[in-house]
Design a protein around this ligand. Structure first.
Ligand SMILES: Nc1ncnc2c1ncn2[C@@H]1O[C@H](COP(=O)(O)OP(=O)(O)OP(=O)(O)O)[C@@H](O)[C@H]1O
Length: 255
């Protein structure tokens, strides 16, 4: 993203964001409630239009991007089940859609990926249950499994650990560490990193719709880079050609 601005209901929510995500990075997007974290990652994916600036996925503007199997998105809330009685397996299977040819039945590879994803989040034994009956944290695990099932190169996760119990958070950290070791890219929004902290290679702190810090995660990310911490670090030099490109530029230091 380069010079990314987003206005919602006439209000400036992102204000000149420059951000480039390089392949293989594990980026935590941190910031106070309402600072614009979710809007930023939605804008990176083209789910929210920019009012100014530009953004690219693998070098292509979202409106022209077709290679969605490369990107797995975990939204903040489960929308897939809203009103429609879907099972856990059905929602997770929908993560394969970008990989499937139209009108072809699911393949053995699809079924194996879905089974692996269900196992990774500890829901294999509940695959036939309706998602509507699950707690918020369990629904979040279904959304994580849906992204895992798609076997994308880049994971974009909006608070994947929100409302998720400690054991499942540790489980997610374990799953992500294997994906990162195999070269996957991760961008995640978090309030508290918890067991994900050791995985993070870069922290981007959003404050009032601007990048207030972009660089090394401080050693104590939990205390240091979270909302309210004002200490700033030199900005990391962006490189060309990462999967999510909000062009390099000057990050601001807030108000
Ligand atoms: N559809 C919308 N219309 C109007 N304002 C919106 C809309 N969505 C978000 N906002 C506002 O934009 C601001 C940024 O919201 P956003 O969800 O991006 O913040 P966030 O940092 O992800 O917050 P949280 O940590 O609470 O999830 C907030 O003030 C929010 O109220």
């Amino acid at each position: 993203m380069t010079g990314g601005h987003v206005s919602l209901d006439g209000r400036a929510v992102l204000r000149g964001v420059d951000l480039q995500i390089r392949a293989g990075e594990v980026v935590a997007v941190l910031g106070a409630n309402g600072s614009g974290k979710s809007t930023l990652i939605r804008a990176l994916l083209g789910l929210v239009p920019l009012s100014a600036g530009r953004t690219e996925l693998y070098g292509v503007p979202p409106a022209r991007f077709r290679d969605w199997k490369r990107v797995g998105y975990v939204p903040q809330r489960l929308l897939a089940g809203g009103g429609v009685p879907s099972t856990i397996r059905e929602v997770v299977a929908s993560g394969r859609i970008a990989r499937q040819r139209r009108l072809r039945p699911s393949s053995a590879a699809d079924r194996a990926a879905i089974a692996r994803a269900l196992t990774a989040v500890g829901l294999a034994d509940r695959a036939g249950d309706p998602v509507a009956a699950l707690s918020g944290g369990q629904q979040q695990r279904v959304l994580i499994a849906r992204a895992l099932a798609g076997e994308p190169e880049t994971f974009v996760m909006d608070e994947p650990t929100a409302g998720v119990d400690a054991a499942s958070q540790a489980n997610l950290a374990d799953t992500l560490s294997k994906l990162v070791a195999s070269g996957r890219t991760v961008v995640l929004v978090a309030h508290e990193l918890g067991p994900l902290e050791p995985l993070i290679s870069r922290a981007v702190v959003i404050k009032n719709g601007r990048v207030a810090h972009d660089g090394e995660p401080p050693s104590a990310v939990g205390a240091h880079a979270l909302p309210g911490h004002d200490h700033l670090h030199p900005h990391a030099e962006p490189a060309e050609g990462g999967p999510l490109t909000l062009s390099p530029g000057t990050a601001t230091t807030g108000e």
